[in-house]
Ligand binder design. Structure first.
Ligand SMILES: Cc1ncc(COP(=O)(O)O)c(C=O)c1O
Length: 408
């Protein structure tokens, strides 16, 4: 991303030209940024036996999956549909780990038929899987009694969480796997999403590694995803080199005691794709109330739900006018709900200072590459936007805008 002559350029293509070519609203991803993030994290982990399982839920566009397949990534899938897409993108079965929750027998059967290793987070579900596929290998998801994340909805460890088997249920796990002659080859946790302070991640890691010592046949330990990126200008990037070194050191020590070099696995989603993505939309309205000046754009929380759902901050740029004198403004969407406002802060709707906005300007909502399109819906029956990949002055469409007929 760069500014040239007061205009925003993505992958060396002007945002206005992209809208001209592909229409508005539009999801745009910078290809180089995805590759950069993947390799930055991979290189930061100095422990040599490592695997990154890209958490497909963050963005399942098949072209993005293909890019990550080319880089050597594996896949964390949470539904048969994500397995299907990953296989279509070229991932082989052994590169996919299925971490369902509240998984149906049909979903388990899909995994069995497709030779996908399942990661199971409940004793009852181990039993159900054991009946369907006795004498097989499984991975287990542990709740380490530690949770972290950017919002309560995204904290997936600790006593309020529906995920994982509590770390102190080792005897019950052993009995259950014995009953169906299952072999535990992997042990997993995922404590939450959007973590910028890694202290809880490291604490949870200690709990999982202590638990791992109880199981003799492990091939890997998977510490989940959750690595955050800054959304607000006042947030700092995580020191990824330091993080990679800390987890590598801990894992090295563990493997020495365990007596075998296991795979160290992580499941990053947001870290890989969030910063590559921008939701571009056109300003279609400007109005004021006694409290605010509003700029209305032709997209809404149906296309990017994070601000309305979590109150998440997303930085917004005026792609048509990057450097002009600023005005205070609230940016609102076109969904028929008052909460459809993109300028959300700690206390709900807030004004932002943005370079002067006029009708037909293009606004760019940043960090929209993760949990953007993948959480989008047809609410208000609006069509889903197109998605475009940009790289070194080239743009290519990777998902067509929905047509009216697609709504039926
Ligand atoms: C099991 C599991 N792994 C990985 C992730 C990816 O999280 P993030 O995108 O924050 O890295 C999630 C997100 O919900 C998850 O549930």
């Amino acid at each position: 991303m760069e500014t040239i002559n007061n205009k925003l350029f993505l992958g060396s293509v002007s945002a206005e030209a992209l809208i001209e070519k592909f229409g508005s609203p539009l999801y745009v991803y910078e290809e180089d940024k995805i590759i950069e993030q993947y390799n930055k994290l991979k290189d930061a982990i100095v422990y040599p036996k490592k695997k990154l399982y890209y958490a497909a839920k963050a963005n399942t566009n098949i072209e993005i999956l293909k890019l990550l397949n080319n880089e050597g990534s594996c896949i964390d899938a949470v539904s048969p549909e994500e397995i299907y897409l990953s296989k279509k993108a070229g991932f082989s079965s052994e590169k996919i780990l299925f971490t369902g929750n509240n998984t149906s027998k049909e979903d388990f059967k899909y995994c069995i038929e497709n030779d996908i290793l399942v990661n199971i987070g409940s004793l009852d579900q181990i039993e159900q899987y054991g009946k369907l596929n006795p004498n097989s290998k499984i991975s287990i998801r542990i709740n380490p009694d530690v949770g972290a994340g950017h919002h309560d909805h995204c904290i997936t460890g600790g006593p309020n969480s529906k995920f994982g088997i509590y770390f102190n249920k080792i005897d019950e796990i052993k009995q259950m796997v014995k009953k169906y002659n299952l072999m535990i080859v992997g042990i997993h946790e995922h404590i939450g999403s959007g973590i910028l302070d890694t202290s809880k991640f490291l604490l949870a890691m200690d709990v999982l590694l202590k638990t791992a010592k109880e199981f003799d046949n492990l091939e890997f330990v998977d510490f989940g995803g959750g690595i955050g990126v800054p959304y607000h200008p006042k947030e700092k990037q995580l020191d990824i080199a330091e993080f990679g070194k800390s987890i590598s050191d801990k894992f090295n020590d563990f493997c020495r005691d365990y007596g075998k070099e296991l795979y160290l696995c992580l499941e990053p989603g947001r870290y890989i794709v969030a910063e590559s993505g921008f939701l571009l939309a056109k300003v279609v309205n400007k109005k004021s109330t006694p409290n605010y000046v509003f700029a209305g754009i032709n997209t809404g929380f149906n296309h990017l739900i994070r601000p309305a759902m979590y109150g998440s901050y997303h930085h917004i740029l005026n792609a048509s006018n990057m450097e002009d004198e600023e005005e205070k403004i609230v940016v609102a969407g076109n969904v028929c709900e008052s909460g459809d406002v993109f300028t959300q802060g700690e206390n709900g709707i807030e004004e932002r200072s943005l370079p002067k906005i006029k009708i037909d300007d293009i606004l760019a909502i940043m960090q929209a590459g993760a949990y953007g399109f993948s959480m989008a819906s047809n609410y208000n029956s609006r069509r889903l936007p197109a998605e475009v990949l940009v790289k070194q002055g080239e743009s290519r469409i990777i998902r067509k805008r929905q047509k009216f007929e697609d709504l039926i």
